[in-house]
Design a protein. Structure first.
Length: 357
């Protein structure tokens, strides 16, 4: 990717002219919440010559994520279309001749000279999938095929992506289960913003807006809207856009609930089941399942995957964690529409309580 520098003076002018508000509103209607969107064309709609010009303009003139997210709309869904994008890209940078996974399904480095740096004489890159690490010793690292001396070892061994932080909090729902227990056989949320049996107590959550201090995890458990997490657009979106639109929904929901005398909202199990189905369906319609990355909760090549999707307890990035899509990849407009519709038809996506909660 081409990571161009911004002009601070030009950005300040946009801010003072009110352009930021217009740009942000436009992000509400784009697939990833950026100010640009995929082309209305498929890759095959253009001639090879026109495709070449289009790719060149994305790469040279626009920079950033545009080569991935302002390109043909089938690039992340069709293998042939993905090949065309990669074939141009690999000629523009020092990249592998054969793509190791579908282009764009794992995060590309925004460093302009990433591959050139890796190709320097004093840099060695070792594929630990083909040549796995067998032992770490004071003098260095022994792989299957060789010993590598090391003065400093910097670990990048992965993490419990997306759900790990919530799972580590001892928050209990109305049924007595923690989030980790509720998610033991897979992540289940309503719209990536609420969890069934973990209700929203309207009066308690409204207290946040007057800076009431909560002293225990149990206090926070009464405020179980969460932002930028599991089964929301999150990793497949512009972070500020995602959190802004979720926060707007939370604010509108609270104001509407308070006006109607509602004291508690609890996402229905039906809404969660439907959302999980939609998250999986959107995922399966893309090339993302062919990539091995943290967006599927574990790193696949080192796992023994069972037929039910679970991983063997003695292997993997997070032993025993179910392999599943962690985020919604169906686009920001569809996500916002789903949140809004959940409040229609007498709160169709929620159990509603009135009176003391």
């Amino acid at each position: 990717m081409q990571n161009w520098n911004l002009d601070p003076a030009a950005e300040q002018q946009k801010k003072e002219a009110g352009d930021y508000e217009k740009i942000f509103d436009k992000c509400r209607w784009t697939y990833t919440g950026f100010r640009y969107d995929f082309s209305t064309k498929d890759t095959k709609d253009d001639t090879p010559e026109d495709r070449e010009k289009f790719y060149q303009s994305l790469f040279d003139d626009r920079g950033g994520f545009r080569y991935l997210l302002e390109t043909y709309k089938d690039m992340l869904k069709d293998e042939w279309a993905n090949d065309q994008a990669y074939d141009f890209w690999k000629r523009s940078v020092l990249a592998p001749d054969v793509k190791p996974y579908p282009f764009g399904t794992k995060r590309n480095s925004l460093e302009v000279k990433f591959y050139e740096i890796m190709d320097q004489d004093h840099v060695d890159a070792i594929d630990v999938n083909a040549n796995p690490i067998e032992e770490v010793m004071p003098e260095g690292i022994r792989t299957k095929d060789k010993f590598v001396e090391a003065d400093v070892l910097i670990l990048a061994t992965g993490f419990d992506s997306v759900t790990g932080s919530l799972n580590q909090l001892d928050i209990r729902g109305t049924g007595g289960k923690s989030i980790a227990e509720y998610w033991a056989d897979g992540t289940k949320t309503s719209m990536g913003i609420a969890i069934p049996t973990f209700p929203v107590c309207v009066a308690w959550l409204a207290a946040l807006f007057v800076n009431v201090r909560f002293n225990t995890v149990a206090d926070y458990a009464k405020n179980m809207f969460y932002l930028y997490g599991a089964q929301a657009p999150t990793a497949f979106s512009n972070g500020p856009s995602c959190t802004q639109f979720q926060a707007e929904f939370v604010e509108r929901t609270l104001k509407q609930a308070k006006a109607k005398g509602i004291t508690k909202l609890d996402a229905t199990q039906e809404s969660a089941d439907d959302w999980v189905r939609r998250v999986n369906k959107a995922w399966e319609g893309t090339l993302y399942p062919k990539a091995n990355g943290w967006c599927t909760s574990c790193f696949l090549e080192i796992l023994d995957i069972h037929a039910d999707g679970s991983s063997q307890d003695n292997g993997g990035n997070i032993p025993g964690k179910k392999i599943e899509p962690m985020n919604w990849c169906g686009g920001m407009p569809a996500y916002i529409e789903t949140m809004n519709k959940s409040l229609e038809n007498d709160y169709q996506g929620w159990h509603v309580s009135k009176g003391k909660s």
